[in-house]
Design a protein around this ligand. Structure first.
Ligand SMILES: [Zn+2]
Length: 84
């Protein structure tokens, strides 16, 4: 089994449900992923970075905006199989 192929198939698309398992243990779990569109990521894009970052929001939170995680690396999330 090819690790590279697995990563290709695991690409996150906007609106996907993902499992966050990054550096903030209290936020581990299910989130909705979108491409991060903040100023920092916009600048990194402009400079030619291929390191895609995501914005994660808690689909069950009363105030999802307040709990949004910014600039999350792809390696910190895994696409959930819940909607596959
Ligand atoms: Zn960002």
């Amino acid at each position: 089994m090819s690790d590279t192929l697995f990563r290709t198939l695991g690409l996150i698309e906007p609106g996907d449900l993902v499992i966050y398992h990054g550096s903030i243990p209290s936020r581990h779990g299910l989130h909705l992923a979108r491409p991060c569109g903040c100023v920092d990521c916009g600048r990194a894009d402009y400079l030619g970075s291929t390191d895609v970052r995501y914005q994660l929001s808690d689909p069950f939170a009363e105030d999802p905006e307040a709990l949004t995680l910014r600039c999350v690396r792809g390696q910190s999330i895994t696409r959930s199989t819940a909607n596959a």
